[in-house]
Structures are given as structure tokens and as C-alpha cells.
Design a protein around this ligand. Structure first.
Ligand SMILES: NC(=O)C1=CN([C@@H]2O[C@H](COP(=O)(O)OP(=O)(O)OC[C@H]3O[C@@H](n4cnc5c(N)ncnc54)[C@H](O)[C@@H]3O)[C@@H](O)[C@H]2O)[C@@H](O)CC1
Ligand SMILES: Nc1ncnc2c1ncn2[C@@H]1O[C@H](COP(=O)(O)OP(=O)(O)O)[C@@H](O)[C@H]1O
Ligand SMILES: [K+]
Length: 488
């Protein structure tokens, strides 16, 4: 699990180290890691042109110390001092000693136009609000040039906690962050400015609290996707019930049922008016055109995709939510639930809501720039797990534990892919995973299936279903087509 740590947590973890270590030692660790990454990126330091954008705080100090190291390796390094009077004194002294030269912001344009690498030390975790002049103009000029764009700790202009970006921000090709990954590097708009992320160990780990926000790795997801064993039968892996689609629009039922089958193919029951379509697409499913109560026993329900919002649909939703089983609520069922949130508030069993931004807004407030904060607030308000879909899907539970999904592709922005996600998550809920983890693992696997499908070109939601077995095998670290060891 990759822990994501807030600015307050990082500052608190730094405090005992700053007190215990000689002055400047922590910054030296950061700058050494930063210079190492830059040298690797440049390939050859000698003769390369490096420009540092240097703000008035510790972030500028990191850039100056790293710039000094690059200069001593033969790079031609120029520091643009945004606030010369307040530039980090020790960093500036080291930089000058190493032969670095300085420029005023007004004179920096030509150097930025021909730089090989621009190091963004304007502002790090001490930043607030949108980038001020002249920082914003320098960032834009650098972005228009040919240089590798390396952000120090956090791309300037990105809120390290939320990923919010107001105005200009440094569009990094690489971000070298120190001590811990900050949420804003992987969520919201900030995710789009981070580029490739490098984490430099400066010795904070033992001082950081357990992270309340995390990102799953393939190994974390695999550990939560147990394989069937010799004692399993078709019931024991968890039976999922699906209410989705309608007679006129069976597609959502077909996609959702197929995704559930392909995730944990023990048994999937379908109940709803798309019964004919589902039956012909998935002969493996047990299908009824009756109500959920007619479907037989299940361990979790998925309700909502394409089911409509009329009185019948509303009564089916109420029936499912009145059970003591885990329920995943999506799409049309979210629209109905937003009108009657007490249906979820009164539940004792886990509920997972999977809104996209417009569905989220129906519950009373817009998502806004702080996606994690918004998901946490709705989860706490309703007492349910909220999986907020989007480019970086986030999952929050009512206690405040959250996940930021790290997989996926913009090709997923096509009709029906949400129905597939619901089927995956429903299957994992039925298998007994805690609701927040089921949602997070589902988003991870869904994203991997999207990446696998997109490798062959533009994807359709049905392609995701077909790619699920391959995606799950890859998450487990197995090569597609590889035969398992068959023993002696
Ligand atoms: N405390 C330490 O010893 C360490 C600090 N480190 C570095 O220091 C950084 C934190 O240093 P600071 O606390 O000094 O803060 P920063 O250097 O991140 O930012 C503070 C400075 O940025 C300016 N600023 C804030 N918002 C701005 C905006 N929107 N536009 C333009 N300027 C803005 C402020 O006026 C202030 O001068 C970390 O991100 C990291 O890069 C690392 O070297 C690790 C060790
Ligand atoms: N730009 C994007 N990048 C990555 N994933 C995306 C993007 N846009 C949407 N997605 C994903 O695609 C899926 C779309 O779901 P949804 O909006 O419910 O569609 P539908 O209702 O048509 O099934 C979600 O899993 C979402 O996270
Ligand atoms: K920065």
C-alpha cells in the first residue's frame, strides 16, 4: 500500500528529525536525491543547460543545493531568483561556490527557451493559493520550451493536500518528492501535473502516522482477490445478485452481470426486466424476471445501472436496501437514493455508492476541486462507502479511510464502463471483502482491464468484461497464457 501523507503529517514527521540532525542535514538528503534523479535524466551532466526556478522558501533551497551538485558535475546551471533578498541563504552560497550564476526573472526568457532541464523550486508544501507573478509567467515560458520539467517536492501551483490547481501550475514531466507521497500528486487536477513520480527517502518513514489515505499496488489488490481452493463450491465464493438494465435497454444488465461473472465466477443471480437479454448473453447466470426476493439467496446486491427511476424501480431499490446484505448502489438507483437518502442512512449492513460527478451533485453539493474531501464528507454524512468516479477515482468510507485509484486510462470514458465497475465491485462485496476495500480493489482491477483493453485500440465496455480475466491474472503477477505449475 502506498501511503499518502498530508502536509501537516509531513511537517510533524520532519520536526523531530530537524531537532535531532545538524542544521541543513535534511535538506541535504533531499537535494542529494533530487540531483541524482536529474543526473539520471540528463544522461550527461557536462555541458547540459539547467535552469532553476527558485522561490523564497525551503523548496528553493532544495533546488539551489541540487543545482550546486549539478554545476560541480559540469552542468551550466542558472538560478532565476524570484525573490533575491529571501532566497535560501545556505543554498545560494553553495550554488555560487559551485560556479552557478543567477538571473532576474525579467531576464530569464532566453535561458528557459534553450534549457535541457528546468527545476521547479518555486514553492513546495508551503504553497498556498494560485501562483503569483512572476512565477506564473516563468512556468508558462518554461512549459513552452524544450526542457525536461522537474518539479521539486510538488509541482508549484498544485495544492499538495487536495490536488487543487487554481490558475497556472508547473506541468512536470517528473516530480521528485521527499519523505512521503502527498495526496495532491495523485488526485484531482494535480495528478495531471505530476508526471513520473520519484520518492526520495529522507528518513521520515518511522515518524509518519499510519496513512488514512492510500493507493493500492497490484500486490495489494492481488492479496484481496483470493483464488478458489479445493474446498470451494459454486456457492462458497459469495453469490452476487444483480438488478440492472431494463427490457428496452438490457445492456447495463448484460455488462454488469458479465463483469460479476468474470470477477468471481462462482454464481451470479440476476433479477429484473432485462432477463431475456441477460439470459442469452450469459447462460452461466441464474436469471429471473421477477423481483430481487425471487432470485434466491445472495451475499451482496448490485442495484441501479439502467434500471430506470419509475415507481417499480423505486420499490425494487427499497426492497434491496431493506435487506441486511451489502449493497452497491449505482446510476439510476443513485438518482432515486438522492431523493430519499434515509434509505441508506438507516441501513446497518455496508452500502457502496458509486457516483460520477453529476450523480454526486444530486446529493446536495458539487464535487469541487477537493475530490477526496468531497467523497469523505458524503461518506460520513450517509454512513456509506463512496466511490467517486473520474480520472482518478477515489473511495472513502464513513470513518475517513480513503483510497486513490492509480490505474486506468482515459479510454474508459465511454458508455457502460461504469456498469462493469459495479459488477466487479458487487462480486468482491459478495466474496466478503470489507466494503471500502471491495470498492478500491474493484477500481484497481477495472482500471487494469481498461489498460489491457486499450492496448488494442479504442475500447468498448464489453471489451473490459472480456479483458477482466487477463487483467486479474496480471494483477496477480501471472503472465497471460502461462500455464500454472501442474506439480509433479
Ligand atoms: N523543513 C526542511 O528542512 C525541509 C524542507 N524541504 C523543502 O522545503 C519545502 C518547504 O519549505 P517552506 O516551508 O519554506 O515552504 P515552500 O518553500 O514550499 O514555500 C514557501 C515560500 O513560497 C512562497 N509562496 C507560497 N505560496 C505561493 C504562491 N502561490 N505563489 C508564489 N509563492 C508562494 C511563500 O511566500 C514562501 O516564501 C518542501 O516542500 C521541501 O521542498 C526539504 O528540503 C526537506 C527538508
Ligand atoms: N478521463 C477518464 N480517465 C480515466 N477513467 C475515466 C475517465 N472518465 C471516466 N472514467 C471511468 O470510466 C467509468 C465511467 O463510468 P460512468 O460514468 O458510470 O459510465 P456509464 O454510466 O456509462 O457506465 C468510471 O469507472 C470512471 O472512473
Ligand atoms: K516545486
Amino acid at each position: 500500500m502506498i501511503g499518502l501523507h498530508t502536509v501537516a503529517e509531513v511537517r510533524a514527521a520532519e520536526a523531530p528529525l530537524l531537532a535531532a540532525l545538524p542544521e541543513g542535514a535534511l535538506m541535504q538528503r533531499a537535494a542529494t536525491g533530487l540531483a541524482t534523479v536529474c543526473l539520471r535524466l540528463l544522461g550527461q551532466a557536462y555541458g547540459s543547460r539547467v535552469v532553476l526556478l527558485v522561490g523564497a522558501g525551503g523548496n528553493g533551497g532544495d533546488a539551489l543545493h541540487a543545482g550546486a551538485r549539478l554545476a560541480s558535475r559540469g552542468a551550466r546551471v542558472t538560478a532565476v531568483l524570484l525573490d533575491p533578498e529571501r532566497a535560501h541563504p545556505a543554498g545560494l552560497a553553495a550554488f555560487r561556490r559551485a560556479g552557478g550564476r543567477t538571473l532576474a526573472p525579467e531576464a530569464a526568457g532566453p535561458a528557459l527557451d534553450r534549457a535541457d532541464l528546468v527545476l521547479d523550486g518555486i514553492v513546495g508544501i508551503g504553497g498556498s493559493g494560485s501562483l503569483r507573478a512572476p512565477a506564473a509567467a516563468l512556468v508558462q515560458r518554461a512549459a513552452a520550451g524544450p526542457a525536461l520539467m522537474v518539479a521539486v517536492d510538488v509541482p508549484s501551483g498544485v495544492d499538495a493536500d487536495t490536488g487543487a490547481v487554481e490558475g497556472a501550475a508547473f506541468p512536470a514531466t517528473q516530480t521528485v518528492t521527499f519523505g512521503a507521497v502527498k495526496p495532491g500528486l495523485v488526485v484531482g487536477a494535480g495528478r495531471g501535473y505530476t508526471g513520473e513520480l520519484h520518492l526520495v527517502d529522507i528518513g521520515l518513514a518511522e515518524h509518519l502516522p499510519a496513512a488514512s489515505t492510500s493507493q493500492l499496488t497490484d500486490a495489494d489488490a492481488a492479496a484481496r482477490l483470493p483464488l478458489p481452493d479445493a474446498d470451494d463450491d459454486k456457492y462458497s465464493q459469495g453469490v452476487v445478485g444483480v438488478v440492472a438494465g431494463s427490457a428496452i435497454y438490457p445492456g447495463a444488465g448484460v455488462l454488469c452481470t458479465g463483469a460479476a461473472l468474470r470477477t468471481r465466477p462462482g454464481l451470479v443471480r440476476y433479477a429484473g426486466t432485462a432477463a431475456d437479454g441477460v439470459r442469452s448473453a450469459w447462460p452461466e447466470a441464474i436469471v429471473t424476471d421477477g423481483r430481487p426476493g425471487d432470485a434466491g439467496r445472495v451475499q451482496a446486491w448490485v442495484v441501479g445501472p439502467g434500471m430506470g427511476t419509475d415507481d417499480d424501480a423505486r420499490s425494487v431499490l427499497a426492497e434491496v436496501l431493506a435487506t441486511d446484505l451489502p449493497v452497491l448502489v449505482d446510476a439510476d438507483a443513485l438518482t432515486m437514493l438522492a431523493r430519499e437518502p434515509q434509505l441508506v442512512r438507516r441501513r446497518a449492513a455496508p452500502t457502496v455508492l458509486t457516483p460520477h460527478e453529476r450523480e454526486f451533485a444530486r446529493f446536495g453539493s458539487e464535487v469541487g476541486a477537493d475530490r477526496l474531501g468531497a467523497a469523505r464528507a458524503l461518506a460520513a454524512d450517509l454512513g456509506a462507502v463512496v466511490l467517486l468516479k473520474g480520472e482518478a477515482t477515489v473511495v472513502a468510507d464513513p470513518a475517513g479511510t480513503a483510497f486513490v485509484n492509480g490505474t486506468g486510462t482515459p479510454w474508459l470514458a465511454t458508455a457502460g464502463t461504469g456498469d462493469v465497475l459495479s459488477g466487479i465491485a458487487g462480486a468482491l462485496l459478495a466474496g466478503g471483502l470489507p466494503a471500502g476495500e471491495a470498492a478500491a480493489v474493484a477500481a484497481h482491477v477495472h482500471g487494469r482491464a481498461g489498460q489491457a483493453a486499450a492496448a488494442a485500440g479504442p475500447l468498448l465496455a464489453g471489451d473490459l468484461v472480456r479483458h477482466l480475466p487477463e487483467a486479474i491474472s496480471r494483477v496477480r503477477g501471472q503472465r497471460p497464457g502461462g500455464l500454472p505449475d501442474s506439480g509433479p
